[in-house]
Ligand binder design. Sequence first.
Ligand code: FAD
Length: 364
Amino acid sequence: MLISYHGAKQVKAGSRFDAEARSFFSGDALSPFSTPLPRQRTKSFRAGVVRASTKVSKVKVPLELEEAKEPPLNLWKNKAPYKGVIKSVERIVGPNATGETCHIVIDHDGNVPYWEGQSYGIIAPGENPKKPGTPNTVRLYSIASTRYGDNFDGKTTSLCVRRAVYWDPETQKEDPAKKGVCSNFLCDAKPGDEVQITGPSGKVLLLPEEDPNAVHIMVATGTGIAPYRAYLRRMFMEDVPNFQFGGLAWLFLGVANTDSLLYHDEFSSYKEQYPENFRYDLALSREQKNQRGGKMYVQDKIEEYSSELFDLLDKGAHIYFCGLRGMMPGIQDTLKRVAEEQGIVWEEKLSQLKKNKQWHVEVY
Ligand code: FAD
């Protein structure tokens, strides 16, 4: 029997980690912003017992996965991918979200290990529509779970996938013939389906863990949230003796509206349990207004807190950006403008941050 915990999904009932996961999610969370959450999204969570600021014990995990000194890289190649199995596919956005995003759990039976911040390659079945007669090419997806997976046993991987659709400007309709190959395969998959995996890959967003008291500023748009969900589960949900997080994790998430929020219950519970260690700021472009009366984008939130953020960066904070490529120009322009207002030459500051390995970007 599988139990759903609204974010820490499908823990096997009676499994080693079931009781701890159950206890972790028994608290309630405070909404981090004034917009009330739609009923449908909060129901199961609000059913929990309200215990403000109650810290619950972290989930025990199999610590053998801490032993490797280097992250696993490219264990499975395009020509000989690992054949995993879909465990679950769940739409995780509300009815009024812009587009569909799914949380997908894949069983790799421990054969495709990874570290937080890495990606998997997925090869959809069938022929490459651009090159008939050849298989589909690989697509990368940031991993949204820690190395232990949502089941805490090190055998699954979770992905956060947005279904790519094609909107035809002429007909003003979606054209299903041009829908995205791999994201649609994943979002339409059923438990038990085979899924071809390559990787893991990527070192840019590995979580630097030398200093467990460091400050991590995480900026995401949409599915760019995936690696941060993994970081935050490692920081606040799992009991990892060699990484007892005591620093500050500050998440800026930009989505269109409340219904498009991702993993909101999970993040809200950290905010309640670890108010000293977790900050959570949202930019809802279609619901909130920025200081100039325009749409609220993630860079507007960054601007709101810019002096604090620059101060944290001066003191060695890491800053991460993940999501659609188009997010970066607006963010860079804002940072430059704000820096200049503070008498800082942005180009110099940026090259210093890069040199110090404080600046981490993965956009697609
Ligand atoms: P494709 O088939 O590649 O199509 C791409 C787009 O082109 C679609 O919007 C499709 O509708 C459109 N299109 C197709 N045919 C036509 C045509 N004839 N004319 C015009 N347009 C057309 N994505 C996530 O959702 N979550 C993640 O966590 C994630 N992480 C990533 C991490 C990295 C490092 C990278 C590089 C990418 C990541 N991506 C992620 C993006 C992902 O790899 C895919 O690019 C995305 O899912 C789209 O792939 P697809 O096969 O569905 O679409």
